[in-house]
Design a protein around this ligand. Structure first.
Ligand code: TXA
Ligand code: MG
Length: 303
């Protein structure tokens, strides 16, 4: 299966690449012909650049310019759920389309043995956005990835359920540096190593993927619900006495468990075609920040 996946990448075809965060839709980064298939399969706007996945820090440094801060973060947190945006060095290694024409590139080394075997066997950079259709919840299992884009891939690798469940933290090290997307690695864990980063709404334009409605189910969704309406489906966090249908993100209020359950439960709730998906309040701490970010975008709140 791994060999077939590597051959598919070489041939410019798409694969499902399991990672520790979410399932990716992978293609070789150096080929516009291959990368265009990713945009088409997802229905993704062309102005939204992709993350290049690598199997080694050497390859990462061939692709992009790593300053001292980038190197510090890569050495501390790779392989792991962290994406670094740096100036592009190898313009042929990552085609223009993959970068949406920018002179910067997003790079990450996933912490998943199957992904690393594929990446190291292939040898070059592999673009891999989440394997969902654009705007939908990210897949955190092979079955969910298959539901979204199964007909578009040559090989769909099954790497088990994702350990993290929400997408990687994205940090830009271009200029002063920006915290662009929350994820498993908190801002505090990043800033502890490289000092303060700005995190403001003006920085959102630096990450074209931070579109308003994202990760969205078909049903209407409401956040921070304490008393759910009777006809809603509840995504609970901790014990509840709600009488309707309940999906429990974490009975013991464990944020890591809630992150792992988030997207699959959003999907499961949506399949019931409810009048409303109500989500219980979730503390804004650690990975809770990323969970709330994804839920608010699913509800269409963030501009
Ligand atoms: O966890 C993840 O990162 C997953 C797995 C599959 O690795 N991938 C993922 O890719 O979430 P995607 O395409 O859904 O998200 C890429 C994010 C977008 O918000 C995009 O705008 C941003 O990274 N991005 C990519 N290149 C960028 C660049 N040069 N400058 C700023 N933001 C960039
Ligand atoms: Mg995505």
């Amino acid at each position: 299966m791994i060999k077939t996946a590597i051959l598919a990448l070489k041939a410019g075809q798409l694969i499902h690449l399991p990672t520790e965060t979410v399932y990716g839709l992978g293609a070789r980064a150096d080929s516009a012909e291959a990368v265009i298939k990713v945009f088409e399969a997802k229905g993704r706007p062309r102005f939204n650049p992709l993350i290049v996945h690598v199997g080694s820090l050497e390859l990462a440094q061939k692709i992009g310019h790593f300053d001292a801060r980038a190197l510090t973060l890569a050495k501390a947190y790779w392989p792991g759920p962290l994406t670094l945006v740096v100036p592009i060095k190898d313009v042929a290694g990552v085609c223009d389309l993959a970068r949406a024409g920018l002179d910067t590139v997003a790079i990450r080394m996933p912490e998943h043995s199957l992904a690393l075997e594929v990446l190291r066997g292939f040898g070059g950079g592999v673009v891999a956005p989440s394997a969902n259709k654009s705007g939908r919840p990210s897949p955190t299992s092979q079955a969910d990835a298959y539901d979204e884009t199964g007909t578009m891939v040559e090989v769909s690798l099954d790497g088990g359920p994702c350990r993290v469940g929400v997408e990687s933290t994205v940090v830009s090290l271009v200029g002063e540096g920006h915290y662009l997307r929350s994820g498993a690695l908190s801002r505090a864990e990043i800033e502890a190593l490289i000092g303060p980063l700005s995190h403001n709404n003006e920085a959102a334009h630096l990450s074209p993927g931070r579109l308003a409605r994202h990760y969205a189910p078909k049903a209407k969704l409401m956040t921070d619900v304490v008393v759910p309406p009777t006809d809603s489906v509840l995504l609970a966090f901790g014990a509840t006495d709600f009488g309707g249908t309940v999906f429990q993100l974490s009975e013991t209020k464990n944020l890591g468990e809630a992150a792992r359950n988030l997207f699959s439960m959003l999907r499961a709730a949506d399949r019931l075609n409810p009048a409303l998906i109500a989500v219980a309040p979730i503390p804004e701490e650690g990975i809770g920040e990323a969970i709330n970010d994804r839920i608010r975008r699913a509800a269409g709140f963030i501009g």
